[in-house]
Design a protein around this ligand. Sequence first.
Ligand SMILES: C[S@@+](CC[C@H](N)C(=O)[O-])C[C@H]1O[C@@H](n2cnc3c(N)ncnc32)[C@H](O)[C@@H]1O
Length: 225
Amino acid sequence: MAEFVVEFGKSGAMADGRLNAPAFQRNHEAIWAAIAPILSTQTGDVLELGSGTGQHVTTFAARTPQLTWWPSDIYPSHLSSIEAWRQHSSLANLRAPQRVDLTDPAWTWTANGQTGLQLAAMLCINVLHISPWTVAQNLITGTGRYLRDGGRLLVYGPFKRDGEHTAPSNAAFDQSLRAENPEWGVRDIADLNMLAQNAGLTAAEVTPMPANNLVLAFARAVRQN
Ligand SMILES: C[S@@+](CC[C@H](N)C(=O)[O-])C[C@H]1O[C@@H](n2cnc3c(N)ncnc32)[C@H](O)[C@@H]1O
């Protein structure tokens, strides 16, 4: 997946700007199987961070008409692709993408300009290992601003458990990531749980996925005031 680490290739874009990610084709059904039990019982709004091509958000929005989905990313070509997939899908519950940069500790998101809306869930797929640690920090801190009580933070990707890689292929992938950018790398669930604890989230429920990936599901505790 190295070629998709930073920016999805423009050469494969369809005329309307839709990009296709092979990793989406491989992984989305397994991701859906892990998160559907959580999301299909919810109503409200879901914010996706680092939406990439927009294929996950479009597919998942089609399966959850009771939820409103808000995609986001940083790259202009990705934002164009997300919007193109949205137009192509004509889904009433899929909103226009917004630029959200998780390296900014004060990152903001609005519901078409309306502030104060509390989210049912936040979703982040294959982002935390291809970005600096501050992105994980800012993602999890952001749950305090945007998740409603009991709301879920759902994160997918490769992760270490208690300092150990879960497979030799993940160790090799981690090395290649760090060689490309010393600030990148496969994160440890224990470190994410520390951030979660400080942000008022439960520790991650861990669901094993194909190809040595995991889904981590955190829940926002009920606020005490
Ligand atoms: C490997 S891609 C995964 C995309 C998509 N979630 C998927 O699984 O197909 C990583 C995505 O994270 C986005 N990204 C990287 N750094 C980011 C940042 N600082 N804030 C928000 N998104 C970022 C990239 O633009 C890219 O779309």
